[in-house]
Design a protein around this ligand. Structure first.
Ligand code: GUN
Length: 287
């Protein structure tokens, strides 16, 4: 059986269209559009490109998107002062500080300083804690939310399914496991110390891989009929973007699979826009 392809580009466009409508409704009701501020403290070309595309995407759906670029020499104190300004600005609904930060800045200090109601990355301990507890109102990180939307669009049954998440990062693995658990999957989290990863993966009805290790997951590790979500995105020696799953072999066994590129990648920014709209709605509802 050749797997059906989960077309992240098409689904991301659908999400953006939904967000555009929601933004117009929000702006009509509240006299201003939702505001997203992306803070970049780096001149790394990949981060510059990535943050510019976040700014552009937010403006394209009608938000007030702004990219604040600070020099790599910015001190932790200066960055914390900018975050405090954004926290206090009522026109700002979402704050995203692009990672990684320069080595002289303590990332955790900065992420913890973002008002959690504006933490559209879902990296504040309050949001991570609410999500881990399965409580409503948590802001979950964008990439795992995008993965959940892909599964929903495919009509994959999550309740009762065996799900395996490979990777335990704050941005993907842990929140992904929490979102699957909240929808009643039986979830295992695998990582670099996991014994017999192959045997674990072969049990997975839903396999989400976010290890950043190209080719880690071989075709014969896939359970027949599984849904395979590949979050990995690495540029190989030939300059080609590749995922963590051996796509050609895996597609022979899976029922659904995401390509790389064009699977999870496009969903991340679309999910960020959706999260920002929701954060704006939640802030005005809390007044
Ligand atoms: N760097 C790469 N991906 C991300 C992300 O999703 N959020 C932040 N803040 N930084 C990143």
């Amino acid at each position: 059986m050749a797997a059906k392809i989960l077309d992240g580009k098409a689904i991301a466009q659908k999400v953006r269209d939904e967000v555009r409508e929601g933004v117009a409704r929000f702006a009509a009701a509240h006299g201003r559009p939702p505001g997203l501020d992306v803070v970049l403290v780096s001149d790394d070309p990949a981060s510059v490109t990535y943050t510019r595309s976040k700014e552009k995407a937010s403006n394209e759906v009608g938000m007030r998107g702004r990219l604040l670029t600070l020099p790599a020499t910015t001190t932790e104190g200066e960055l914390l002062a900018r975050v405090a300004e954004l926290n206090a600005d009522d026109a700002v609904d979402g704050i995203l500080v692009q990672l990684p930060l320069p080595g002289h800045i303590r990332e955790q200090r900065v992420l913890d300083a973002i008002a959690f109601a504006k933490d559209v990355d879902g990296l504040h301990p309050v949001n991570a804690g609410l999500l881990a507890m399965g409580r409503p109102g948590a802001i979950a990180p964008c990439t795992p939310r995008g993965c959940m939307r892909l599964l929903a669009e495919a009509g994959v049954e999550i309740a009762g399914a065996r799900a395996v998440v490979v990777g335990r990062s704050d941005l993907v693995g842990r929140p992904m496991a929490a979102l699957l658990l909240a929808q009643h999957a039986t979830v295992s989290i695998a990582h670099t110390r996991t014994r017999d990863l192959r045997a674990l993966c072969r049990e997975a009805d839903i396999l989400v891989v976010a290890a950043g290790a190209p080719g880690l997951i071989r075709g014969d590790w896939i359970k027949e009929g599984a849904a395979v979500i590949d979050v990995g995105l690495t540029r190989n020696e030939a300059g080609k973007l590749v995922g963590d799953v051996d796509f050609e072999a895996a597609r022979e066994r899976a029922a659904w699979i995401t390509p790389v590129p064009g699977g999870v990648g496009p969903m991340t920014i679309a999910s960020l826009l959706e999260t920002t709209l929701r954060a704006a709605e939640a802030r005005v509802a809390a007044r």
